[in-house]
Ligand binder design. Structure first.
Ligand SMILES: Cc1cc2nc3c(=O)[nH]c(=O)nc-3n(C[C@H](O)[C@H](O)[C@H](O)COP(=O)(O)OP(=O)(O)OC[C@H]3O[C@@H](n4cnc5c(N)ncnc54)[C@H](O)[C@@H]3O)c2cc1C
Length: 291
């Protein structure tokens, strides 16, 4: 491994200045569970690693039933699933935070890093999409916000412009009678990349027999994590039953554009999408009913 400089800015302005100075030669370091591996394998090159963990805004973790959830981009997964309020209010997000890698990885890995690595198979992105997360991005022209479903633009590519970085992830407060879930398929118990993944969220009416809103997002079956609006729409208004759930699952399968690779064939992945969406919907609906 070649020598790489290390910088640890303490403010957003310092980080922006460092990115401005080094351009493409600077790489941000959150937990390092992707970037260190990529630098060692020469998949990426850098002159300077910019460690963002000393910037206060990037360590924020606040959760409130009325105000919602803010997760700083440097907050590791374990802080998320050890937070009692998040466990109670955002179980769908916990499904992903508690399955990324294993315990060692979760002690370092961040949802911000998972998003900025922008893998189509990233486990946290579908649940963030269905929970209507908004990215707070800082850069040379100040701060801007972007819905998370618009963040990834291709495998390993995202909407960050030169000199920009992710500050935090903001989630609206959970709606009444709502539930969410994320499921993925891997051929072993942990430490693997999703062959397919499905995140779902539902909002039920007062009788808890009908769905008034739903979002369904997929992992590992398209060049980017995929929000399938028509799959969510298939659930709205009709009485919730296996037929309606099957309709939503079919819409998700139809929107998937999987490839065949060493992890699975395209047809197999499409088949998995149907199963994962149905199972995740049952979990999300149960969560919404028992809230
Ligand atoms: C053994 C192992 C198992 C894994 N298992 C899984 C798994 O089950 N599911 C899964 O989805 N992933 C998995 N991963 C991948 C990785 O752990 C996750 O993607 C993790 O969430 C990355 O977070 P990080 O904080 O370590 O990111 P880092 O490695 O620090 O950064 C990732 C990328 O994002 C950039 N970046 C980081 N923070 C910012 C920011 N604030 N603004 C802009 N750019 C930024 C970095 O420059 C880098 O390009 C695994 C990795 C390993 C090594």
């Amino acid at each position: 491994m070649k020598d790489i400089d290390f910088a640890a800015p303490k403010t957003i302005a310092e980080a922006v200045a460092l990115l401005g100075k080094h351009g493409e030669r600077a790489k941000l370091l959150a937990g390092g569970t992707d970037i260190i591996v990529q630098l060692r394998e020469h998949g990426r090159d850098a002159d300077v690693l910019v460690d963002i963990k000393r910037i206060p805004e990037l360590n924020e973790l606040t959760c409130d039933a009325r105000k919602g959830l803010v997760i700083g981009a440097a907050v590791p997964c374990y802080r998320i699933y050890e937070n009692k309020e998040i466990v109670k209010l955002y179980p769908g997000l916990l499904d992903a935070a508690s399955l990324i890698g294993g315990i060692q990885i979760q002690s370092r890995a961040t949802l911000g890093g998972n998003l900025c690595n922008s893998s189509p198979a990233a486990d946290s992105i579908p649940p963030m999409i269905v929970l209507e997360c908004v990215c707070v991005i800082a850069g040379p022209s100040g701060t801007r916000e972007l819905p998370v479903e618009k963040f990834c633009t291709g495998p390993g590519k995202n909407a960050l412009s030169k000199g920009e970085f992710l500050v935090s992830l903001k989630f609206p407060p959970p709606k009444a009678n709502s539930g969410a879930a994320y499921l993925r398929f891997i051929p072993r118990n942990e430490m693997d990349i999703a062959v397919a993944g499905a995140g779902v969220s539902v909002v039920l009416d007062a009788t808890k027999t009908k769905c008034t809103a739903a979002r369904i997002a997929l992992a590992a079956v398209a060049p980017t994590p995929l929000l399938v609006a028509e799959a969510g729409a298939a659930l709205v208004d009709g009485t919730l039953n296996d037929g309606l759930i099957a309709k939503a699952a079919s819409a998700a399968q139809a929107a998937a554009k999987p490839i065949t690779d060493m992890r699975g064939e395209a047809d197999y992945r499409r088949h998995l999408v149907g199963i994962l969406v149905k199972r995740a919907l049952h979990i999300a609906i149960d969560r919404a009913k028992t809230k």
